[in-house]
Design a protein around this ligand. Structure first.
Ligand code: HEM
Length: 494
């Protein structure tokens, strides 16, 4: 049994079978939903056996906090991430903690996520969003929110990462890179799920063969982009430019071309569906809560004034503090990267009494942690952006809010995602009135990330009379820059 925790056992679902173990207790199309369901009956730490693999899940804020203690614990790579290494190698997301390229890439890429760098991405975000609006305005009927938010975030990231336009909104067919990348990614996930099944070697070989053309297409395209940029260096300050041009200030080391390809893929994979899911859940809750929507629109109207085409400046984005709370709360209920792995640096005893050795790992199940009544109260299942007001966040259990992960392996793209998401929400709500189908019931699609499935919105252009603005265009916020800065955590995230 892999990850056997020295033979210790934990609560597990009833009806364990020989060979498949607890596999039949998991809905293959909704595994996360199954785990969260199990956490309600099995408690704060439980296990699932699937073939020869043991998975241990942590679902309480208390145990999650223990595992977020960076002095004692570090990131672990569960099978879903090791399988992704076929695709993204030792890129930042899938690198082992001690792989030299992790520290090198982390140091070299940090400047790509500073406030100054964000200022450079702001116009790219605006330009791509304008294309989405134009695309919507050429169409009739409701829009598919998750689909279009995913196009938007993918296109924005491709432009910011390697100045490549995939033409997502120009009416032509989708660029073949996107289905090939999605296919290669799915294939990695399927491989993860059969790794320990009987006959898995044959199965994995077949899967690899079937995936090979997709993977080759993606790899070739990115290798060509890298080679072209090397052959004709430009001053372009996108992520690719930073990776090609920078040397480590102390060691002089550089990333090689294979690792640069892995990093670009990593950014595309880690950064687009996570953000589009967050935007889609936020829009879902806005469409369901008229008073929240009214408050959000009042905020954008007060900041942007009566002209629905007004574009927020970079400095205005952090002032949308209510929108930030809406986003934080959507990510609390539906953290779009819903789990991460942790392992102790040295043997420890958890408060649950279990011994954990460095070779043991557990998965922190964020949707359960983020709804733990001990941290979030008895109304933890309710959508309430104001729980992120500073006075209500103060004193909350540490590490009880972790949508961007924890410690040194936490999300490097967090500021990018937050800036983009708030900018998109602000412009969208300033420009349109939104209405969801009242009969729609939230259906959460699960891939490596989660997002609403089949969720549509009808958009109607707003006119100055609709706008609730204090239309002199003056901001209603008088906060000091330090208080409004989105680049400080500002929430319960520790
Ligand atoms: C709402 C949007 C996002 C969410 C919820 C999110 C969430 C996360 C989480 C939970 C982790 C830690 C995973 C682990 O410990 O295994 C992570 C890591 C990472 N994220 Fe994000 N992310 C988002 C957006 C982005 C964006 C926009 C980018 C790139 C531009 C990005 C790039 C990365 C990378 C490279 C890592 C690995 C960092 C490392 O290990 O050094 N993410 N993200």
């Amino acid at each position: 049994m892999l990850n056997d925790w020295g033979g210790q056992s934990f609560p597990h679902p009833a009806g364990r079978k020989p060979v498949v173990g607890d596999g039949l207790s998991i809905d293959a199309s909704r595994p996360l939903n199954s785990m969260v369901g199990h956490s309600r009956t099995l408690g704060e730490i439980f296990e699932l056996h699937v073939f020869d693999q043991k998975f241990v899940f942590v679902s309480s804020a208390r145990l999650a906090a223990e595992m977020c203690d960076e002095a004692q614990f570090a990131k672990a790579l569960p099978p879903a991430l090791t399988a992704l290494r076929e695709f993204a190698g030792d890129g930042l997301f899938t690198a082992y903690n001690d792989e030299p390229n992790w520290a090198l890439a982390h140091d070299l890429l940090r400047p790509a996520f500073t406030r100054a760098a964000m200022q450079g991405y702001h116009p790219i975000m605006l330009e791509t969003l304008d294309e989405l609006f134009a695309y919507w305005e050429r169409q009739d009927g409701p829009v598919d929110v998750s689909r279009d938010m995913t196009k938007l975030t993918m296109e924005t990231l491709a432009r910011a990462a390697f100045s490549r336009d995939f033409g997502s909104f120009d009416g032509t067919d989708v660029h073949p890179f996107i289905p090939a990348m999605v296919q290669a990614l799915r294939s990695g996930q399927r491989m993860a799920s059969v790794q320990t099944a009987p006959g898995s070697r044959l199965l994995l070989r077949r899967m690899r063969k079937r995936n090979a053309p997709h993977q080759a297409y993606v790899d070739d395209l990115l290798d060509t982009v890298i080679a072209e940029r090397r052959a004709a260096p430009s001053s372009t300050h996108d992520l690719l430019g930073i990776m090609l041009d920078s040397a480590h200030p102390e060691t002089g080391q550089r990333l090689d071309d294979l690792n640069i390809r892995h990093q670009i893929l990593t950014f595309l994979v880690a950064g687009h569906e996570t953000t589009s899911g967050a935007l889609s859940f936020a829009l879902y809750y806005l469409s369901r809560n008229p008073s929240v929507l009214a408050q959000a629109q009042a905020e954008v109207d007060a900041e942007l004034g009566p002209d629905r085409t007004t574009v927020p400046t970079f400095e205005q984005v952090p002032r949308f503090r209510y929108l930030r709370r809406v986003l934080d709360e959507a990510l609390r209920l539906w953290p779009t990267a819903p789990a991460f792995g942790r392992a102790p640096r040295e043997e420890v005893t958890l408060s649950s009494g279990h011994r954990m050795r460095p070779e043991d790992w557990a998965i922190v199940l964020l949707p359960a942690v983020h709804r733990d009544p001990e941290a979030w109260g008895d109304d933890a299942e309710e959508f309430d952006p104001d729980r992120f007001l500073p006075e209500r966040s103060r004193g909350r259990m540490p590490h009880s809010y972790k949508p961007f992960g924890t410690g040194e392996r936490a999300c490097i793209g967090r500021q990018f995602a937050q800036h983009e998401a708030i900018l998109v929400l602000a412009r969208l709500l300033h420009r349109y009135d939104i209405a969801g189908d009242p009969d729609y019931e939230l259906d959460v699609a699960e891939r490596l990330t989660i997002m609403p499935a089949g969720f549509e919105l009808t958009l109607s252009p707003r006119t100055p009379t609709h706008l609730t603005a204090a239309s002199d265009g003056e901001s209603q916020h008088e906060d000091s820059p330090a208080e409004t800065c989105p680049y400080s955590s500002g929430t319960a995230q520790a």
